[in-house]
Ligand binder design. Structure first.
Ligand code: 5AD
Ligand code: SF4
Length: 440
């Protein structure tokens, strides 16, 4: 038997890409590939790329350039670009970087085995179609390999919202939900392989409307079906849009014990003028009222968000409105970005904010968000939380896991195994994590 071929995948960007990279590794696993952690001994390198901000795409080109020497040494090495840069730039990638053999868009991963075979024969292959079939169904897990305690599961892809800054509706296409039975089968399979916590993924996950036995299901209905899966202990979902936060989902946060008290609900900005120009279709006030209703259902829920500063025509007063909104919400975590022009999106053509001004706003916003994040984390001290252990810590006897609120928690003298859940009393709060002790 010949030695297995080696596959190196580097993943950029969101959790959807992490999930897709796992599926690509499984698809190529069927072709005799095993994963390697280093590009140096790989027979195939795949970059699973992100196009959300300009720098992300440029990083891909500089990374590709670095493989030049490797390819010269090893002419059989195949190099592929997957993900949203592949979708957005297609043929342009091969033109700009001739050492690329294969370009595959996010909707075509099930075709990777055929594409790899063609590339092996020396062809340059490109597939960035949006086929009708369910790529995940075609990418069914072959080996029943054991898994870690947490996993992502894609339930919905694409977006119809067309926020004026965002490439997702162009790179990931129209919003599509997977049928519930396939998701439930995949969840069952993950649990049989050791998974205790599933994070449902979608660019607009709470717009989920997949086919169920009696018509389309909402995300909340899907969560209640997952709630019945024995051995599955925790359910999370990301990313949500405020306008799709339906009543049954808010209610589930109060009543479904497996649904974790954490919600990533991006608002992007606090000024109604900017929100309108972003085509967000909600106001600062409607977002704040929504947060109020969610907190009424689940008072301890930790809210997370995304922000963009320096969006075209953002004034200092508009930016102040973002700071005011942040003060009011009090975020447990948040991601904030400087606006980055994406060609082809409506905002790209508008008057841009001075970059130095945008940098300054980003710093001020991040200072406030970091302070809030720390306050929320510190407020956990003295409280009892449930921790799902994910790995051994750096010190003997120490284990590390995540609390219900997604905080990393270190536990010393811990006789529990990876995949166990335990009640833990939080004793202290550090820079990026908590420390606690088992409660018997
Ligand atoms: N510039 C800056 N940030 C962006 N995001 C999306 N598009 C852009 C852009 N053009 C941010 C949004 C989104 C997150 C995933 O990335 O905040 O919620
Ligand atoms: Fe992009 Fe807006 Fe869709 Fe989110 S909701 S993926 S920011 S277009």
């Amino acid at each position: 038997m010949s030695a297995p071929k080696k596959l190196f995948i580097k993943t950029y960007g969101c959790q959807m890409n992490v999930y897709d990279s796992e599926r690509m590794a499984e698809a190529l696993g069927g072709e005799g590939y095993v994963e390697t952690k280093s590009p140096d001994d790989a027979d195939m390198i795949l970059l699973n790329t992100c196009h959300i901000r300009e720098k992300a795409a440029e990083k891909v080109y500089s990374e590709l350039g670095r493989f030049k020497g490797l390819k010269a040494e090893k002419p059989d090495l195949k190099i592929g670009v997957a993900g949203c840069v592949a979708q957005a730039e297609g043929q342009e990638i091969m033109r700009r970087q001739p050492l690329v053999d294969l370009v595959v868009g996010p909707q075509s991963y099930h075709r990777l085995p055929e594409m790899e075979a063609k590339a092996r024969e020396g062809e340059k292959v490109l597939d960035t179609d949006f086929p009708e079939e369910d790529k995940f169904e075609k990418l069914k897990n072959r080996p029943k390999a054991k898994r870690g305690p947490t996993a992502f599961l894609t339930v919905q892809e694409g977006c119809d919202k067309f926020c004026a800054f965002c490439v997702v509706p162009y790179t990931r296409g129209a919003e599509v939900s997977r049928p519930a039975d396939r998701i439930l089968r995949e969840a069952q399979d993950l649990v049989e392989r050791g998974v205790r916590e599933i994070t449902l993924l979608g660019q607009n996950v709470n717009a989920y409307h997949g086919a169920g036995p009696n018509g389309d299901m909402t995300l909340a209905q899907l969560i209640w079906e997952l709630d019945k899966v024995d051995g599955l202990e925790r359910i999370r979902f990301t990313t949500s849009h405020p306008n799709d936060m339906q009543d049954d989902l808010i209610e589930a946060h109060g009543t479904c014990a497996k649904l974790m008290p954490y919600l990533h609900l991006p608002v992007q900005a606090g000024s109604d003028k900017i929100l309108k120009r972003m085509n967000r279709a909600h106001t600062a006030e409607s977002y704040l009222r929504l947060i109020e209703r969610i907190r009424a259902a689940r008072p301890d829920i930790l809210i997370s968000g995304d922000f963009i500063v320096g969006f075209p025509e953002e004034t200092e007063a508009d930016f102040q409105a973002t700071l005011d909104l942040v003060e009011e919400v009090k975020y447990g975590t948040a991601y904030s970005f400087k606006y980055s022009t994406r060609p082809g999106t409506p905002a790209a053509e508008r008057p841009q904010v001075d970059p130095a001004e945008a940098d300054d706003r980003l710093q001020r916003l991040q200072a406030l968000l970091t302070k809030q994040q720390r306050e929320v984390q510190d407020s956990m001290v003295g409280r009892d939380v449930t921790v799902l252990f994910e790995k051994a810590g750096r010190f003997p006897g120490q284990m590390v896991g995540k609390s219900d609120y997604l905080h990393a928690v270190h536990v010393a003298d811990c006789d529990r195994a990876i995949g166990d859940l335990a009640r833990v009393r939080i004793l202290s709060s550090g820079a990026n994590s908590l420390a606690g002790a088992l409660i018997d």
